[in-house]
Design a protein around this ligand. Structure first.
Ligand code: GLP
Length: 259
């Protein structure tokens, strides 16, 4: 794991944007795994800026989002489909049929999940997966206790997640209780993972995920077993890390060939 700690979310987003742009410039038909929540917003703003000002094109890119609430249509302002259209897809040149999000209104949820896995495989697999982290350690919507080998499936949200996400809804009762999420195993199949976290509220879970034991009770901790993960956090989210000064030293003294 490479731990990158920068002063602000914007600086973290600029690093992430550069990594994604390098990938797309080298492989225009790259497959991106995308996340929702408040964390990736600065990254998506940076990608939109790069598209508008630097000509970064997503015209051959395919994307797969991590998750979607069950029961919300794509037009619902709290659906992840709506979020992605607003924050990214509507502002870049990605083809709408190349940007995949699980269908939370599917009649047959199980076959929707199988088809989603199949579509990821048919695309050649995810080159780079963007992740945030829930305060309970979830990635996607893989809540504590999720199988570390799980694939795309239905999950029930924990009380903590419902409470965390209630801020996007008019009241907590409107937060759907179920979702479709890529599994932990699906996420682990990605070539590269960028996990972002910002703010003091994420400091405790980031230290557990990065420096604690690998455990299904902290699903993000499985990333310790992934060969190519960058954890990109602001000072506040990194503030509980025991080895913080070492991570900073590594980042600031990278040999030229690695930088
Ligand atoms: C949501 C999403 C996750 C996201 C997380 C953190 O529930 N399903 O993919 O990483 O919660 O959200 P935020 O970035 O708003 O803190």
């Amino acid at each position: 794991m490479e731990i990158i700690i920068r002063p602000t979310p914007e600086e973290c987003a600029s690093i992430g944007g550069r990594i994604i742009a390098n990938l797309i410039n080298g492989k225009p038909n790259a497959v991106l795994g995308l996340a929702t929540g408040s964390t990736p917003i600065p990254l998506y703003s940076e990608l939109v800026r790069m598209h508008k000002e630097e000509g970064l094109s997503f015209s051959e890119v395919t994307s797969f989002n991590l998750d979607e609430y069950i029961g919300l249509s794509g037009e619902h302002p709290c659906s992840y489909q709506f979020f992605m259209n607003e924050e990214l897809f509507g502002k870049i040149d990605i083809k709408s049929n190349s940007a995949h999000i699980p269908n939370g209104e599917a009649q047959d949820i199980q076959s929707e999940c199988l088809q989603y896995e199949q579509a990821i495989r048919s695309s050649g697999g995810i080159d780079l997966q963007v992740l945030g982290i829930g305060s309970d350690g979830h990635i996607g919507f893989n809540e504590p206790g999720s199988s570390l080998g799980s694939r795309t499936r239905i999950k029930t949200l924990t009380g903590e997640t419902i409470e965390d996400n209630a801020r996007f809804f008019d009241n907590p009762d409107q937060v759907p209780r179920h979702c479709i999420t890529m599994g932990v195993g699906t996420i682990m199949d990605s070539e590269t993972v960028l996990l972002f976290a910002f703010g003091e509220g994420k400091a405790d879970i980031i230290s557990k995920a990065v420096e604690g034991p690998v455990s299904a009770m902290v699903p993000a901790s499985i990333l310790q077993l992934h060969p190519n993960v960058k954890v990109i956090v602001d000072e506040a989210a990194g503030s509980n890390l025991a080895n913080i000064s070492y991570y900073k030293e590594v980042y600031e003294n990278k040999p030229d060939w690695q930088a």
